[in-house]
Design a binder for this molecule. Sequence first.
Ligand SMILES: C[S@@+](CC[C@H](N)C(=O)[O-])C[C@H]1O[C@@H](n2cnc3c(N)ncnc32)[C@H](O)[C@@H]1O
Length: 204
Amino acid sequence: MSIKSNYRDGDFFSKKSKKEGYRSRASYKLKEILTTDFSLKKGQSVFDLGSYPGSWSQVAYELVGPTGKVAAIDIQEMKLQNCFFLHKSIEEIQESDFEEISEFIPFDLVLSDMAPNISGIRERDNALMIGLVNSTLSVIDNFLKTKGSVLIKVFQGESLDYTRRALKQRFNKVKISKPKASRPNSREIYIIGKELKKYHERTS
Ligand SMILES: C[S@@+](CC[C@H](N)C(=O)[O-])C[C@H]1O[C@@H](n2cnc3c(N)ncnc32)[C@H](O)[C@@H]1O
C-alpha cells in the first residue's frame, strides 16, 4: 500500500492503532524508527518526554519488558500500567524526581515527541520548538548514559538545523528520519543521535 493510499483510507494508521490497542497512531512512527535505527533491549531504561496519551511509552515497554523501565513526563496527566510517570513540565525536572527508580538512571534512550502549541507562524513555531529542544538537551546532559541514544521530534527549518548541530557535538552518529506514519504534509521530522560521547569529548 502506498503512503498516499494510507491517508485516503480514513487514516490507515489510526485504524490500525485502535485495532492493535495503542493509544494513538504515533506508535507506528516510533515502531518504524526502532526497527531501523535502534535496538532497544529487555532490561533497558527509556525516558519518554511529552508522553501523553502514551503510545510511545506502550511501544517502549513492549521492548524493555518488566526488567526494564519506562519513565515518562507530560504536562497532561497520563495513567499507564508499568510506567513511571511525572506530571509536570520538562523544565521542572530535578534529580530527586527519579529517587524511586534510581537503579535505572542514567537512561539508555531518551525520546522526545514534544510539540509546542502550533500557531502556523513558521518562525514562532520553530522558536518554541527550539525551547523544548534545549530542555531535551539538558535531559541528555544530565540523565542519558554514555553511548546512549536519543530521538527528538523537530520541525523542518531552524529547529532541525539547531538540533542537528547540538546533537553532532554530543553524539558520534546523527541521522534524520521521516517515518511513514508521519503525515506527508506535516513539517514534523525526527532526528536521531546515537552513541553519546563521553563528557570531555563533546565539542562546543
Ligand atoms: C504529540 S504529543 C505526544 C504523543 C506521544 N508520543 C504518544 O505517542 O502518545 C506531544 C506532547 O508533548 C507535551 N508537551 C508539550 N510541552 C511540554 C512540556 N514543556 N513538558 C512536558 N510535556 C510537554 C504535550 O502535552 C503533548 O502531550
